[in-house]
Write a protein that binds this ligand. Sequence first.
Ligand code: NAD
Length: 148
Amino acid sequence: MRLLVAEDCGFIGSNFIRYMLKKYLDYEVVNLDKFTYVVNPADFKNIEANLNYSSIKSDRCDSVIVNEIMKKADKVVHFVAESHVDRSIDDGSIFVRGNVLGTSVLLQSALANKIKKFSNLSTDKVYRSTKEGSFTETDNLNPSSPYP
Ligand SMILES: NC(=O)c1ccc[n+]([C@@H]2O[C@H](COP(=O)([O-])OP(=O)(O)OC[C@H]3O[C@@H](n4cnc5c(N)ncnc54)[C@H](O)[C@@H]3O)[C@@H](O)[C@H]2O)c1
């Protein structure tokens, strides 16, 4: 099984990959990450030594590179995000490019390459902010910033 993980270097992606490589010894994990300012090298230090792991530094908006990686993948898990709410309020354009266009590039490529399963991680902030309670996937989308 060859798994493309878009974002291994972020907080959640690095932990996800560490878990998958430990649990599924026959999985090959390929990661695509732009290594933005949020990346803490300590979060993925131990992962790099695993022979079933490889990493490609690229922007997910680069359809040529995304396609090259996607050709060899069976399944995709997508965590990548510009993920800081306050920055998105200061300048939403980076978020629209990275989060909307980037997700679209990955989805189009997955479709073209007949990927068996595509999982997309997002945030409950797509619904709105809440101090209590929770949302369901059928709630109306009502984000209060460009981030989600
Ligand atoms: N951390 C949380 O508490 C939390 C809570 C709810 C939902 N989420 C969601 O989980 C996902 C991952 O969150 P996180 O906290 O791990 O984020 P993070 O900010 O720690 O990591 C984001 C990663 O995406 C990469 N990246 C950003 N733009 C890119 C681009 N254009 N091309 C390639 N790589 C790019 C960065 O280099 C980084 O490694 C996001 O969708 C986020 O909304 C996170």
